[in-house]
Design a protein around this ligand. Structure first.
Ligand code: S3P
Length: 177
């Protein structure tokens, strides 16, 4: 396939499938796959709920930014599955777009809710996952739109189908640029 930007970056709401789709895409391309949330947990030695509970969201976002900086600056080709809020930082968005092709896995709230269940392990969904997902998705709509080079709709699709759709869309984008 035509040479891609150094990295392929998946963005989207909690439950959009960024991790499972990222793993599949990396396998198909023969690239490394890194999940930013897992990297945060590994480098800090703490769980994301623990960071939110004891240090707050602002501190979590600072750590998330440092981790993305490190991941996206390394040479070599990586599929990066970001956390859903990575697009809240304009600095993250600029870096993601500079260092990769950014793909938004777009999903309807019903799809997200079916996947996140009761929101375990996701502090922002702790109280009322359905209401929180709707509110957060609406708040972030423009951030995802602005961050993305490519949008792939995931409703009703398996992770394999989404991975194939992402690869097809990215190839199309490469040809057009
Ligand atoms: C968040 C999404 C989570 C995680 C954290 C905050 C968000 O990642 O980074 O709980 O703000 O949307 P996933 O999108 O992988 O669930």
């Amino acid at each position: 396939m035509a040479p891609l930007q150094p990295h392929l970056v998946l963005v989207g709401m909690m439950g959009a499938g960024k991790t499972s789709v990222g793993r599949r895409i990396a396998r198909q391309l023969g690239w490394r796959h890194v999940d930013a949330d897992k990297r945060i947990e590994r480098t800090t030695g703490r769980s994301i709920p623990d960071i939110f509970a004891h240090d707050g969201e602002e501190r979590f976002r600072a750590i998330e930014h440092e981790v993305l900086e490190t991941l996206l600056r390394v040479p070599g080709r990586t599929v990066v599955s970001t956390g859903g809020g990575a697009v809240l930082s304009p600095a993250n968005c600029a870096l993601m777009r500079e260092r990769g092709i950014v793909v938004w896995l777009r999903a309807a709230p019903e799809t997200l809710l079916a996947r996140v269940g009761r929101g375990n392990g996701r502090p922002l969904l702790a109280d009322d996952p359905a209401a929180a997902l709707r509110r957060i998705a609406a708040e972030r709509q423009s951030a995802y739109t602005d961050a993305a080079h490519v949008i792939v709709d995931v409703d009703g699709c398996t992770a394999d189908q989404v991975a194939d759709a992402v690869l097809a869309a990215v190839k199309g984008q490469e040809r057009a640029s």
